[in-house]
Design a protein around this ligand. Structure first.
Ligand SMILES: *Cc1c(COP(=O)(O)O)cnc(C)c1O
Length: 396
């Protein structure tokens, strides 16, 4: 059939460029030691930064949540799907982020992808096409898609270049200006210069939308993410944190001034036209938040910092380069797609699972091994990884 032939030809093109993606199937819970396609491996690829994805207390809370609220929400939030569990979680999230946001309220979403679509579409809807979005060049795909869906005019500024952003803002006469950036760049692990960006936003009367998918729970004294890390507070801030990474469960939230949240509930189609997440997840997230904000979360963040220092101290690379990252995302740039694939395959044969990341997820010529660390890893786990990588690079 001609339509299938077209697809097969395109898939062959991907194959030839070492760009064909495949999924591995995990047979066990997300943890450093996981069974994948039947094989036990040591994994460095999840975003479970605090090691909460299989935490016994959160598992119990999810079970309890299912007993209390059932498994499905039954409808969208604006029809009948908004449960007491969602409402309590939103209050808790708002209280948690209140040190950084005036009149803070929170809105819970099924995924971070949807939260990003909702925030950009919702804020842009105030001025329609007279909105301009200023988007950092390495932003996550969901922000790029959200900007497209918003139909605003989009300006992309180069990675980390506050000067370039300033010039764009100075030249803009848009009725609504939205600057949007990842806080921790997911493929590089570096941090956006948020204090400088926020100052510009205040000066130019622009919203600053921060996607803290990799910071919430993992950064800051209490796990309040990048706002706490950089000690930021401003009425211009719209904060998006995900709950499927460090928080270990799933979903995401937007925290902002109560008026912003009210507006999103009225206007953000990706919030309005979808079934509310299972309330049991919201219930389980209360326990996750208790852990993140308490002594256990603190201890887990400290351990994670030690593991990061171990990677940075003990890798001995000649040709490959460890990127300058202080976060749990520690990428090693190899460059060539096929060589990156071979490196990942060789590690996997040794029982170590580190994903190779290729274009289009990263720019051409910057294929890499992307190590992600979790507080559930031990120093021995990391030593095992570093030995394998050091030996592999010396031989390659
Ligand atoms: C993971 C991620 C998202 C999407 O969040 P989900 O809850 O997985 O949909 C958004 N932004 C960034 C930077 C991410 O890394």
């Amino acid at each position: 059939m001609i339509l299938l032939d077209q697809l097969e030809a395109q898939l062959e093109v991907l194959n030839a460029k070492s760009l064909r993606r495949r999924r591995r199937t995990a047979d066990t819970a997300c943890a450093p030691r996981v069974t994948v396609d039947g094989n036990p491996v040591l994994a460095f690829c999840s975003n479970d930064y605090l090691g909460l994805a299989a935490h016994p207390k959160i598992i119990s809370a999810l079970q309890q949540g299912a007993s209390l609220y059932g498994v499905g929400s039954g409808a969208s939030h604006l029809i009948s799907g908004h449960s007491r569990a969602h409402a309590i979680l939103e209050e808790r999230l708002a209280d948690f982020m209140a040190p950084h946001i005036d009149a803070c309220r929170a809105l819970y979403f099924c995924t971070g992808y949807m939260a990003n679509l909702a925030v950009l579409c919702g804020l842009a809807a105030v001025s329609g096409r007279a909105t301009e979005i200023f988007s950092e060049s390495l932003n996550h795909a969901s922000l790029i898609d959200g900007a497209k869906l918003s139909r605003a005019q989009v300006h992309v500024y180069p990675h980390g270049q506050v000067q370039a952003l300033q010039s764009l803002l100075e030249a803009s006469t848009a009725a609504t200006k939205i600057v949007v950036t990842d806080s921790v760049f997911s493929m590089d692990g570096d941090l956006a210069p948020l204090a400088a960006i926020l100052a510009l936003c205040e000066q130019h009367n622009a919203w600053l939308v921060i996607d803290d998918a990799h910071g919430f729970g993992a950064l800051g004294e209490h796990g309040r993410g990048v706002l706490e890390h950089f000690n930021l507070r401003s009425p211009n801030l719209v904060y998006m944190g995900t709950l499927g990474k460090a928080a270990g469960v799933g979903g995401a939230f937007v925290a902002a001034h109560a008026t912003v949240i009210d507006w999103l509930v009225q206007k953000a189609r990706p919030y309005i036209y979808t079934t509310a997440a299972p309330p049991a997840l919201a219930h389980a997230l209360l326990t996750s938040l208790d852990i993140i904000g308490g002594a256990e979360g603190h201890a887990r963040r400290l351990h994670l910092q030690e593991l990061i220092a171990q990677v940075r101290g003990d890798l001995r690379l000649q040709r490959w380069t460890l990127m300058p990252s202080t976060t749990a995302v520690q990428p090693i740039i190899i460059g060539d797609n096929a060589e990156s694939m071979r490196a990942a395959a060789s590690l996997y044969e040794q029982g170590i699972w580190v994903p190779a990341i290729r274009p289009p997820t990263v720019p051409d010529g910057t294929a890499r091994l992307r190590i992600t660390l979790s507080a559930a890893h031990t120093h021995d786990d990391v030593a095992c990884l570093l030995d394998a990588v050091n030996t592999l690079e010396a031989r390659a």
